[in-house]
Design a protein. Structure first.
Length: 329
């Protein structure tokens, strides 16, 4: 059998041809550079971005819920009309601050996973579409696509959570999550559809709040990081910029948060379907008003400052939430 070209080469010739020129290391270096270059040029598909977003979103949602929940309870309590809670009485404000945490823990994991899966997949598809959209437009469209399924999963638990946090009519401290869900379903009326409708109270308002909040957050983060993306920013920088961008977004959208939480806290009367809030003097508890009409009524009858109720715990919650999300996602 004929020898291969390498085997046929005399040793002396091989030595003469290769001595002192470091060709073998160069070959290895060249191959390494080729491999590195290939990895640098690798672009994940929309499906891979979706899976990555699903896993990352699950982890982020769990940690965020556990860390920020007491501050969320304080925020919601301060936002209710004629609330008995004040920022000066901290022990009372945070008493039973973990009430209702089971509901968001159960729902926020799949909801957060779905949000980031849809958002990342949509953004990746739009990038590959050749439309040449600017980054802010990509982010806006991706968030718009992700919010409806996100709130479709999260809304029922958000309604129950809010009512447990503020002690809405029929809800009490220490009430189990299952009992709270049963009560919400019974509040809706005798039919199943009415009960489901009760659990989706505030669905539209949650999306109207979530869209500008998320757009401002992600666009601000992209601006602060110079558009490097999640892989081009260190965890420390990600936490710092994420905390700042989330805090800005949350403060700007506080009036929308006040309105959505008040709406979710309203409990339907079984007999006539009339909504009742935790306060007899609630200015948002009347039906028939438009979204803008409700915001205007709060400002006119309670003062503009009530549209920013709960800003301090909300700001602290935003710092924690943003730092965790952007440092780990």
């Amino acid at each position: 059998m004929a020898a291969s070209p390498a085997e046929a080469m005399p040793i002396t010739n091989y030595a003469n041809n290769h001595s002192g020129d470091n060709e073998i290391p160069n070959i290895i270096d060249s191959n390494s550079q080729t491999l590195i270059s290939s990895n640098d040029n690798y672009k994940p598909t929309a499906f891979q971005e979706s899976i990555s977003g699903f896993v990352s979103g699950s982890a982020v949602s769990t940690v965020k819920t556990l860390v920020k929940y007491p501050l969320d309870t304080a925020t919601v309590r301060l936002q209710m009309p004629n609330t008995p809670f004040t920022i000066q009485n901290v022990p009372a404000l945070f008493a039973g601050s973990l009430d209702g945490i089971t509901a968001p823990l159960v729902s926020n994991i799949p909801a957060g996973a779905i949000f980031f899966a849809v958002k990342d997949a949509t953004k990746s598809s739009l990038k590959d579409s050749g439309l040449g959209l600017p980054k802010w437009a990509l982010t806006s469209l991706a968030v718009a696509a992700a919010l409806p399924p996100y709130w479709a999963i999260r809304n029922p638990s958000e309604v129950v959570k809010t009512r447990l946090q503020v002690g809405a009519e029929g809800y009490y401290e220490g009430m189990s999550t299952m009992d709270a869900f049963r009560l919400a379903l019974s509040n809706g009326g005798n039919s199943t559809m009415d009960g489901v409708s009760e659990l989706y109270q505030g669905y539209t308002e949650n999306i109207l709040y979530g869209f500008p909040a998320d757009i401002i957050k992600f666009v601000a983060y992209d601006y602060l990081t110079g558009g490097k993306g999640k892989k081009g920013v260190s965890p420390i920088d990600g936490a710092m910029y994420g905390a700042l961008s989330t805090a800005i977004a949350q403060l700007v959208t506080t009036p929308l948060d006040v309105l959505r939480n008040r709406i979710m806290a309203e409990v339907s009367d079984n007999d006539d379907g009339v909504k009742s809030s935790i306060s007899d003097d609630d200015t948002t508890g009347t039906s028939g008003l438009s979204y803008i009409g409700r915001l205007t009524k709060i400002a006119e009858e309670e003062g503009v400052q009530e549209l920013f109720a709960g800003s301090w715990p909300r700001f602290a919650k935003a710092l924690l939430s943003g730092a965790i999300q952007f440092a780990t996602y």
